[in-house]
Design a protein around this ligand. Structure first.
Ligand code: ATP
Length: 312
């Protein structure tokens, strides 16, 4: 509390929504249409020029009041520990606001883990939004964005959603007005790829200092009403290091390349995105690839960022 010449400042009134017992939120996956990487900065982070698109593949986050903090995860096998990004988000919100409130957090994963689809970051964003409501904190979006950026480079975009250019670590976001609806086929992998390992390999392959390439051409094509104008413009500098770590992934990439408008590895992989001309084309490609033994799902964008579905 601030203490001024007239004594303690008036305690701000916080209207706890005591009638709210459960908040249901959801958070999307993302794909990077472009991921251009520079050499590491002095703080160890790689400067980026990236274009994010949120996809309608959702993690569901349900929070209820409790004494302390707890987390359960269903829908996927994932061991929960203190490093889970949802718990980190809850603790960050507690220490930022000083609230002593707790919560039981339940997450049902619809986003594959360690797939380059930012599932952990989505959960952090969804938890921030859900607890902001459950605890009656009413923090504005800008303040949540700052907390999100401390939690991870992708977390601010998972709050924002839509289509955006991300620079710096990817947390400095500039919304892009989408010209066209995007229908994708995501080709999934049973085995995850570690993001730090892919960046380490990137540095080995490109040790000299360099700035990330720009994404200007892609940015203007994104204003076009047709996704076919994006052909040849989707680029990910992490493809080469990911492929050297996982040669089988390169084989799969080559196999699906050419089945749609454009093909790109999402983030540090191993999910491969095939951008399709239409929803119908994506549906039929997903069916075809599934019948050939691949794990392929359709996902559309741009989707909304982390948001509340309902409170009760
Ligand atoms: P990154 O954001 O590092 O690019 P990714 O998108 O490839 O990651 P995530 O699904 O976010 O993949 O998982 C990366 C790692 O984060 C996992 O190995 C997992 O141990 C850890 N993790 C922490 N919290 C979560 C969470 N809530 N859901 C999924 N993974 C989480």
């Amino acid at each position: 509390m601030a203490i001024g010449p007239e004594g303690p400042a008036e305690t701000p009134h916080i209207a706890y929504p005591d009638e709210v017992h459960t908040v249901h939120a959801q958070a999307p996956a993302k794909i990077n249409l472009a991921l251009r990487v520079g050499g590491p900065r002095s703080d160890g982070f790689h400067p980026l020029q990236t274009v994010f698109c949120a996809l309608d593949l959702w993690d569901a986050i349900v929070v209820k009041p409790a004494e302390g903090l707890s987390l359960t995860i269903t829908g996927i096998e994932l061991e929960v520990d203190d490093n889970n990004l949802a718990l980190k988000a809850a603790r960050a919100l507690q220490s930022h606001t000083g609230t002593s409130r707790g919560a039981d957090i339940a997450i049902h994963k619809g986003i594959p883990v360690a797939g380059g689809l930012a599932g952990g970051s989505a959960d952090a964003a969804g938890t921030l939004v859900a607890l902001n409501a459950l605890w009656g904190l009413d923090l504005p979006r800008e303040e949540l964005h700052e907390l999100a950026a401390e939690l991870g480079s992708d977390v601010p975009f998972m709050l924002m959603g839509g289509l955006a250019l991300g620079v710096s670590r990817g947390e400095d976001l500039h919304a892009i007005k989408p010209g066209a609806f995007q229908s994708w086929v995501l080709v999934l992998d049973d085995e995850g790829l570690s993001t730090p390992a892919v960046f380490r390999r990137y540095d080995e392959l490109k040790p000299e200092p360099h700035a990330p390439a720009d994404v200007d051409e892609l940015m203007s094509a994104l204003r076009s009403p047709s996704v076919t104008n994006l052909a040849g413009l989707l680029m990910n500098d992490l493809e080469e290091p990911a492929f050297t770590l996982r040669p089988d992934l390169k084989e799969r990439f080559d196999r699906v390349a050419g089945t749609g408008v454009a093909t790109v590895l999402s983030g540090s992989g191993p999910t491969i995105g095939v951008l399709c001309e239409s929803v119908a084309a994506a549906d039929s490609l997903a069916k075809q690839l599934t019948s050939e033994g691949l794990r392929a799902v359709r996902a559309d964008g741009p989707a909304a960022g982390a948001h509340i579905v309902r409170s009760s």
